[in-house]
Each structure stands twice: as structure tokens, then as C-alpha cells.
Design a protein around this ligand. Structure first.
Ligand code: IPM
Ligand code: MG
Length: 351
């Protein structure tokens, strides 16, 4: 197959980790006889410096026309002034909206060779942890009306029934292929938008008999995640709550450098690690490229239907980890870490 892939390296470690993901994709290309055309696109802080905007129109255009978008990470201290008019994160939000990627799929699981990495006690994590957060990505408070007046500032959480229905369907489908339990997380005891969310999920659930829906308030969900994480399998939630809970879920695995994500629903899927640009370690060739590499694997699977190729990457990652190779973030005390590029190369060798 021939596929056009828009590549956004972004800022900070985004550059190094994306290079390894591309290295892996090139290996897949030659091994499985595909042609991947990589189109490099600027977005984030680097685009602000050059063009004065985080996502220039021509960048979005290349992404829209591509078969999928692979993204590293954006942002850094240089652009961190919260009062600035242009910020790297605006690029990310504009890209998500511009690609109409309303469904953000964030798997968080403990990799067997890294079972000790979780900060939770063995007695709590013992039941295992392998969940998927399905986060609504192009609505809610992130995109609602906001502003300031003399007295203060406001942001608006607004969801249409259609927005809730379509994200709920994505979550039900995923749950159908797993444990058939869906936790829908909201704040329906306080928020009207959450009450609409709950009613809508209940209505959509009729299309998916046999999948159990458990409604949970977000504060309780945050607590349950660290109290008894294995009760969860698929979590469906809004943009804001999903942002928060997916970070929490990632920490339960103990290795945020390992977690990939997919944003889908529009014509072009967007694939990115869930971690940020980690400016403190940027340019040192020590960042963990596995989240970026697994994001590329998700792209192969979900956008290109290349299941076998995606599995080959997954197996290679597991094999490298089983043999004890670790980048610094997951090395633990007394273990010699391998570099970003060494990790990428080793994974390639095992594909
Ligand atoms: C994420 C990030 C973004 C978000 C920021 C950088 C805008 O935290 O992808 O989770 O809040 O969606
Ligand atoms: Mg976040």
C-alpha cells in the first residue's frame, strides 16, 4: 500500500522521538512492501517563531490531505507565558478541530516487563491494569465560549446531543470488543451538560445490548482509579475530564513515556504520544521513544488497517523490554539506560 503520512515533530523531545517512530515506519515499509511518503509539517512553538502562528494554514492543509498524521509533542518554556496571544497548544487544538478528530482514544496499560513501575502497591495493581480512556476531543469547555469582563473570566461547557451520541458510539464499539463494561464519567450531580451526557449515553446504550453501563461521578472516578483500578476497562468521558483522568491513568502504569494515543472520527486520524515535549531533557537523546513508536503502530492499525504490521511493532517493543533494555525514565536504580536512538534501533531490529 502507498500512504501519505504528515509528520509533525513539534518541539522539545518531539523531534527525537518522532525520528525513531519514522525509523520504525521505514522498517515496516521495507519489510512489508509498503510505500510511506513522509510530509514534514511545522506546528507549535517552532511555527510561532517562524510564522507567528502555532498552526499555519498550509500546515493544516498538508495534514488534511494526508492519510494520517503522526505528531511528536509541542510546547516549551520559551512559549509558556500564559498571557501570550499565541501559544503552541493552540496549534494542537486547531489541528484536532481542523481534522474533526472528535474521538481521542488513550490506552493505558501496564506492560508485563514493567509491572514494577507502577507507583501503586502490588496488592492494588495486582489485578492488572489495561484500560482505554475514550475522551471527547473537539467539544466541551475547550471549545465553548470564553472571555473576560471587568469582574472576571468565564469558560463554557456545552455539549450537543449529537456530540455525545457520536463519542458514545465509539466507546460502545470499543467496549464491545473488550470486557463489555463501560464507565461513563460525568458530574451529573452538578452540571446540566453532564445530565444531558448521562441521558444521551443511556439512550445510545440501547443500540448496544449486552454492554453494561456504569455511570460514575468524576471525583469518585479519580478516587476509584487509584483505589481499585482493575474495575475499569473502557472509560467514556468529556474533553476536560478525559484530559485529567488520562493523565492519572498514565501514572498508574508508571511509565508515561510508553503511552500512545489516537484521535479519530474525521477523515484523517491523528496519532501522538500522550506525554509532552519534556523541554528539560530535550536534545539529549535520552527520551523514551516508545510512546511515539506505539502511536505509529496505532496509526498502522486504525488508519491503514495494517494489523499484522502494528502487531509486529508491539511484539518488538515487548521483546526489547523483556530483555531488560530501558530508557532512563523507566530504567530504575542501578540499571544502565539506553539512548533514544538505541531504543529505536533495537525495536527496528526485532521487527
Ligand atoms: C493533552 C494535553 C492538551 C490537552 C494540551 C496540551 C492542550 O494536555 O493532549 O492531554 O489538554 O488536550
Ligand atoms: Mg492532557
Amino acid at each position: 500500500m502507498t500512504k501519505n503520512i504528515a509528520v509533525i515533530e513539534g518541539d522539545g523531545i518531539g523531534i527525537e522521538i518522532t525520528a525513531e517512530a519514522v525509523r520504525v515506519l521505514k522498517k515496516i515499509e521495507s519489510k512489508y512492501n509498503h510505500t510511506f511518503n513522509f510530509h514534514y509539517v511545522e506546528m507549535g512553538g517552532c511555527a510561532i517563531d517562524k510564522y507567528g502562528t502555532a498552526l499555519p494554514d498550509f500546515s493544516l492543509d498538508v495534514c488534511r490531505k494526508a492519510d494520517a498524521v503522526l505528531l511528536g509533542a509541542v510546547g516549551g518554556p520559551k512559549w509558556d507565558d500564559p498571557t501570550a496571544k499565541v501559544r503552541p497548544e493552540q496549534g494542537l487544538l486547531a489541528l484536532r478541530a481542523g481534522l474533526e478528530c472528535f474521538a481521542n482514544i488513550r490506552p493505558a496499560k501496564v506492560y508485563k516487563p514493567l509491572a514494577d513501575a507502577s507507583p501503586l502497591k502490588a496488592s492494588i495493581i495486582g489485578g492488572g491494569f489495561d484500560i482505554i480512556v475514550v475522551r471527547e476531543l473537539t467539544g466541551g469547555i475547550y471549545f465553548g465560549e470564553s472571555g473576560r469582563d471587568e469582574k472576571g473570566a468565564f469558560d463554557t461547557e456545552r455539549y450537543s446531543m449529537e456530540e455525545v451520541e457520536r463519542i458514545a458510539r465509539v466507546a460502545f464499539k470499543i467496549a464491545g470488543g473488550r470486557r463489555r463494561v463501560l464507565h461513563s464519567v460525568d458530574k451529573a450531580n452538578v452540571l446540566e451538560s453532564s445530565r444531558l451526557w448521562r441521558e444521551t449515553v443511556a439512550r445510545v446504550s440501547k443500540e448496544y445490548p449486552g454492554i453494561e453501563v456504569i455511570n460514575m461521578l468524576v471525583d469518585n472516578a479519580a478516587m476509584q482509579l487509584v483505589r481499585n483500578p482493575s474495575q475499569f476497562d473502557v472509560i467514556l468521558t468529556s474533553n476536560m475530564f478525559g484530559d485529567i483522568l488520562s493523565d492519572e491513568a498514565s501514572q498508574i502504569t508508571g511509565s508515561i513515556g510508553m503511552l500512545a494515543s489516537a484521535s479519530v472520527g474525521g477523515k484523517t486520524g491523528l496519532y501522538e504520544p500522550i506525554h509532552g515535549s519534556a523541554p528539560d531533557i530535550a536534545g539529549k537523546n535520552i527520551a523514551n521513544p516508545i510512546a511515539a513508536i506505539l502511536s505509529a503502530a496505532m496509526m498502522l492499525d486504525m488508519s491503514f488497517g495494517m494489523k499484522e504490521e502494528a502487531n509486529a511493532i508491539d511484539r518488538a517493543v515487548n521483546s526489547v523490554l523483556s530483555d531488560g533494555y530501558r530508557t532512563a525514565d523507566i530504567a530504575g536504580e542501578g540499571v544502565a539506560a539506553v539512548s533514544t536512538s538505541e531504543m529505536g534501533k533495537m525495536i527496528c531490529e526485532r521487527i
